[in-house]
Design a binder for this molecule. Sequence first.
Ligand SMILES: O=C(O)c1ccccc1NCC(=O)[C@H](O)[C@H](O)COP(=O)(O)O
Length: 208
Amino acid sequence: MRVKICGITQPKQSVAIANLGATALGFICVPSSPRYVTIEQIQGAVGQLPKNVDRIGVFANSSIAEISQTVKDSGLTGVQLHGDESPDFCSLLGENLGNIEIIKALRVRSFEDLNLAANYTKYIDTLLLDAYHPQQLGGTGHTLDWEMLQNFEPSCPWLLAGGLTPDNVVAAVNQVKPDGIDLSSGVEVKPGDKDLDKVALLFKKLRG
Ligand SMILES: O=C(O)c1ccccc1NCC(=O)[C@H](O)[C@H](O)COP(=O)(O)O
């Protein structure tokens, strides 16, 4: 299963988390986030990563020019769109970025939100479902209603995010059966500072 750990800020932690088993790391390129990292910080963090670990830049309502420049300068292998980007925006971005993974995040509070997924799947590589929060775009620590996802079968791979922790991850995966998972605050000491013991416990639980 694909496991993405998001909100990495420290080079040392990025290598340690990859060694523990993460298949993708996320770097927050949203200036208002407490987990925001600059291009230089991303360069430092991805430099020593094994080649097979995906490096995903997380953006929210950035322009195509801004995203393309960041991808080019920092060696990202994918982008995650966590704002109000439209299907047309995803399609245009895909044309601009070529062989770079596009992940579209939807913040879900109702079936109406969930049904939006169908509008995106032909323009993106991967869908990510996160919890909705009125003041925060992501990294909220809130779970979404897993019951709603019982029969969710989009026509592209998808990741479950939102409030996952070493304690609830096995139940989430068994109930919802996503193609992968994404965690941030559930494996943190504080925003941007990952707790490596919690990350290790996460992989232990997943392997068990
Ligand atoms: O994490 C942030 O600070 C953030 C800020 C703005 C947009 C997106 C952000 N995070 C996106 C992620 O991929 C998180 O991993 C996802 O929201 C899950 O977070 P959590 O509930 O803390 O596991």
